[in-house]
Design a binder for this molecule. Structure first.
Ligand SMILES: NC(=O)C1=CN([C@@H]2O[C@H](COP(=O)(O)OP(=O)(O)OC[C@H]3O[C@@H](n4cnc5c(N)ncnc54)[C@H](OP(=O)(O)O)[C@@H]3O)[C@@H](O)[C@H]2O)C=CC1
Ligand SMILES: O=C(CO)COP(=O)(O)O
Length: 337
């Protein structure tokens, strides 16, 4: 077996998920270094051995290093795991490219598309590092807090290189963390991005007081919509019924730990998008994702009524009740279509 554990892995982004992943990796015995962009915040994290701002319930293992020095984090690392918001992904890649040794493998856990172009993040990696650079994306039902405190969790890892698949699997797997392997990078990324939009919808429905029937209908039709678009961009059906599809849809549409769901709840109760985003105070990927997936739907001519309804609420200032009525009163259709 390769001794991958002695080869450092750098986690970029010291928010809730980056911190949780770094804790998991360090706990599993990997040489792990967590990079955050704010030197003061990083110093606080190191002093307290706790990320009070983003993950206050999970102390850092002694062997987890933290730094605000990007070069120091990256330079000795074999693997790079990016866990910034998606809108910071391209900038992070550009910074990485300046220090490139031609060998580092790129992994990410961001759940979104490139803002302004709807490009998938694996395409961005190929544009910056070339097609042959091994890469992987992690996605699935994984609230940071539960992962960090060691509650049983499962995820999908989509990867385009056998050696990386085996070594990253070894790095991540533990008796409380299970990894399912896939080679469907596009499908896994689309599932992760799109579930955020449906979670906003489920939050809106609950904020309006609609109840369990409406929430469940949204999850079910959200899955149909995820599959319709997901297959069009080359994803496979198995991906969308797996962790990165149905798994994450159910998680984030039904549990108030989800920031996207809470954002929707606030909208349904009458807040504006700006007020709701301020209230959450963390990344709400579904806001940008809605614009990007709508752009993709228009380009590919795929019918995405749930995405359209959220788009109208967020970007056309439509009243959520009016958007819900527009969804419900569409012409009758065959369920499988
Ligand atoms: N939290 C979760 O449960 C999960 C999150 N994810 C995904 O992980 C990604 C990160 O989310 P999460 O950690 O939750 O977000 P948080 O809102 O908890 O934290 C965001 C972090 O990113 C940092 N950041 C923001 N902009 C930049 C930038 N331009 N360059 C570098 N760092 C930046 C923030 O720094 P600062 O404090 O200085 O603003 C902060 O540390 C998202 O794509 C999310 O969908 C995936 C699975 C689960
Ligand atoms: O993706 C997540 C869990 O899998 C986290 O969801 P939110 O970003 O909605 O909090």
């Amino acid at each position: 077996m390769t001794d991958i554990f002695s080869k450092p892995i750098a986690v970029l982004g010291a928010g809730s998920f980056g911190t949780a992943l770094a804790i998991l990796l360090a706990r599993n015995g990997n040489q792990t270094i967590l990079w955050g962009r704010d030197p003061e915040q990083v110093a606080e994290i190191d002093k307290n051995r706790l990320n009070l701002k983003y993950l206050p319930d999970a102390p850092l293992p002694d062997n987890l290093q933290v730094t605000a020095d990007f070069e120091a984090a990256v330079i000795g690392a074999r693997d790079i795991l990016i866990s910034t918001p998606s809108h910071a992904f391209s900038d992070t890649l550009r910074e990485l490219k300046k220090l490139d040794d031609g060998e580092r493998r790129i992994i990410w856990a961001c759940k979104g598309l490139e803002p302004g172009t709807s490009e998938f993040l694996d395409t961005r990696v190929e544009e910056v590092f070339g097609k042959d650079r091994p890469k992987a994306v992690l996605s699935g039902p994984t609230f940071a807090k539960e992962l960090a405190i060691g509650s049983p969790t499962a995820i999908t890892m989509a990867v385009d290189d056998d050696k990386l698949a085996s070594e990253l699997g070894q790095r991540l797997m533990s008796d409380s963390f299970r990894v399912y392997m896939s080679n469907d990078l596009k499908g896994v990324q689309f599932g992760g991005a799109f579930k955020n939009i449906v979670a906003i919808g489920a939050g809106i429905a609950d904020g309006l007081g609609f109840g369990s029937n409406a929430r469940t209908a949204l999850i079910t039709r959200g899955l149909a919509e995820m599959m319709r678009m997901g297959e069009k961009i080359g994803g496979s059906r198995e991906t969308f019924t797996g962790m990165a599809g149905l798994g994450d849809l159910v998680l984030t549409c039904t549990d108030d730990q989800s920031r996207n769901r809470r954002f929707g709840l606030a909208l349904g109760r009458g807040a504006s998008a700006e007020q709701a985003a301020r209230e959450i105070g963390q990344v709400v990927e579904g806001m940008r994702n809605t614009k990007e997936v709508k752009r993709l739907a228009d380009k590919e001519q795929v019918d995405m009524p749930v995405c359209q309804a959220i788009y109208d609420i967020l970007y056309n200032q439509q009243d959520p009740k009016v958007a819900a009525r527009a969804l419900l009163t569409r012409a009758m259709k065959v369920e499988g279509d």
